[in-house]
Design a protein around this ligand. Structure first.
Ligand SMILES: [Zn+2]
Length: 535
């Protein structure tokens, strides 16, 4: 995931391990880390009931911002290793385009204080999962599933959910809950993690399904007593609504989202709506939301028009959520049979069809549907750009990287296109010299962007700049908070310098001294990370 500019601008100075939490908190952290690891190991390997009682916090203990951040970092480190958390170039841009204005509005309104802004990560991760869910984790990490992006009809609806989750963090609901229920804290954290992560995977097919459902059931049982309180939910609704409105999103988005959730809860469709389990729609919440939207004089009825851009993004989220071969085929057929005039909905149908054909490796179909889409959306604006990126993606998937390069702007400043152009340059090995400086400038202001660091490493490698390539790989590990792996890469970089100079070769002395400085910093963080391993 891209680091938000605010976090990125701070560089690594606010990384964890530099503030030592108090002793009582460390016990809780150890347990929470165990829970995070539990959530990350293959589900069938999990022991659902801990063999020994989980320790609690002492009475009156509460979680400082530093401790909460450290806990969040540990959970995030596990998530970064989980292949289901995807840094999709297109979806990430879209979600950031909602998330950053929400953060800015929360700052303006004073909900996001300078202290919290500085101490927390404010990173949004995308989970590749069909189930409808979004969740707040400790320390300013949030998760949103592709399933949720796929069912919302507008940016405004998605903004209402993200603003609600953001508010759980800014209002310190996590730490407030811990203070109220300090004795149950480890259990609560375990439930939160298992609930938010394992349960969100319950829709996955295959051998893990049975045990995944068991984990879900267990987590649900624990969650009964550990969810955010009704008051916290109402507060998150109220403040979140203010934040999203101030950020310029249509308030109707919140109303429409509520209607969707109400409809799903009437159908009792809890299986695909983990979000409803953690956010039960109480009658107070519904009444208050209705009042909020209706109090706005002259407000139109709660609808938000579907835009071509959103229809295409939702289509992408549907395909990324691993819908299975049958649905993919249906989407291809629907797109091929579509004779409807140009509209937002048909843009979505064509996008889904082209992407589904790509997933099915039916390249002629993918190409022809992408072309149909490009003809329909025209040449200007965001829909045209999205269609062009899709066409480039299809060419890359077809092994035709030169055609992808031709469709992309190697000097693009938007992150999604920058990533795709960088990948295409890596494949063709012809445009590395143009693409690398763009990525280098990006990581200078977004040092926590692991995806860009990794790609930059690949491009340096193509250019034969081995030292920079190894360092970029090390920085990618730092960005994903794996200091032990990062340390190993920095050591490899130092070895490379020694070996090269011993053989009479030349190395860039400035780069070599940067490596030395970083190696020392990361050595210390890696040591701390190893000490902190629980049990
Ligand atoms: Zn909530």
């Amino acid at each position: 995931m891209p680091a938000p500019p605010s976090a990125a601008a701070r560089g690594t100075s606010s990384l964890p391990g530099q503030r030592r939490p108090r002793r009582g908190a460390r016990v809780a952290l150890a347990v929470a880390l165990a829970a995070a690891q539990l959530a990350a190991v293959p589900l069938h390997a999990q022991t659902l009931t801990p063999a020994r009682p989980l320790p609690g916090l002492g009475d009156g203990a509460e979680m400082s911002t530093g401790t909460e951040r450290e806990l969040g970092d540990r959970i995030a480190r596990e998530l970064y290793r989980d292949p289901d958390f995807v840094d999709d170039p297109v979806l990430a841009d879209y979600v950031q385009g909602i998330w950053q204005p929400l953060l800015a509005a929360a700052r303006q309104r004073g909900e996001l204080t300078p202290e919290l802004d500085e101490r927390f990560a404010w990173v949004l991760l995308i989970g590749r999962d069909r189930s409808i869910n979004a969740f707040a984790l400790p320390g300013g990490y949030l998760g949103v599933n592709t399933g949720l992006i796929a069912i919302v009809g507008s940016r405004d609806e998605l903004a209402s959910v993200l603003a609600h989750e953001l508010t759980h963090v800014t209002q310190r609901h996590i730490s407030r809950m811990l203070t109220q229920q300090s004795r149950q804290m480890p259990l609560m954290l375990a439930a939160m993690l298992l609930g938010g992560l394992a349960m969100s995977k319950s829709g996955r097919s295959g051998g893990d399904l049975g045990s995944a459902m068991m984990v879900g059931g267990q987590a649900m049982a624990m969650q009964k007593q550990l969810d955010f309180s009704r008051d916290m939910e109402r507060e998150a609704d109220r403040i979140g609504f203010g934040v999203m409105s101030q950020a310029g999103f249509a308030p109707q988005g919140a109303a429409v989202m509520f209607e969707k959730l109400q409809y799903a809860s009437r159908l009792n469709d809890n299986g695909s709506y983990p979000y409803l389990r953690s956010h039960p729609l109480t009658s107070e919440r519904i009444t208050e939301m209705q009042a909020r939207v209706q109090f706005r004089e002259g407000a139109p009825p709660p609808t938000v028009a579907l835009t071509p851009e959103h229809a295409m993004i939702a289509a992408r989220a549907r395909v990324l959520g691993r819908p299975g071969v049958d649905l993919l085929r249906q989407w291809v057929q629907a797109a091929q049979g579509s004779t409807a005039p140009a509209s937002a909905a048909t843009a979505g149908t064509l996008y889904a069809g082209a992407m589904a054909a790509r997933e099915l490796r039916d390249l002629p179909a993918a190409r022809s549907l992408a072309q149909k889409l490009r003809t329909q959306v025209g040449t200007a604006g965001e829909p045209a750009r999205l269609a062009r990126l899709l066409a480039a993606e299809i060419e890359m998937g077809a092994g035709n990287a030169p055609a992808a390069v031709a469709l992309l702007d190697v000097r693009a400043k938007t992150r999604g296109e920058m990533l795709m152009a960088g990948q295409a340059a890596l494949l063709t090995r012809t445009h590395a010299a143009e693409a690398a400086p763009v990525l280098r400038d990006w990581v200078a202001t977004h040092p926590r962007d692991a995806t860009v660091w990794r790609l930059l490493g690949g491009l340096y490698d193509v250019e034969g700049d081995t030292l920079r390539a190894i360092r970029a790989e090390a920085e990618a590990q730092v960005a994903q908070l794996d200091y032990v792996a990062a340390r190993d890469r920095f050591r490899a970089a130092q070895d490379y310098v020694r070996e090269t100079t011993a053989k009479g070769g030349r190395v860039d002395h400035i780069e070599a001294s940067i490596v030395d400085v970083r190696a020392r910093e990361i050595e210390r963080l890696a040591r701390e990370q190893m000490e902190e391993k629980p049990m």
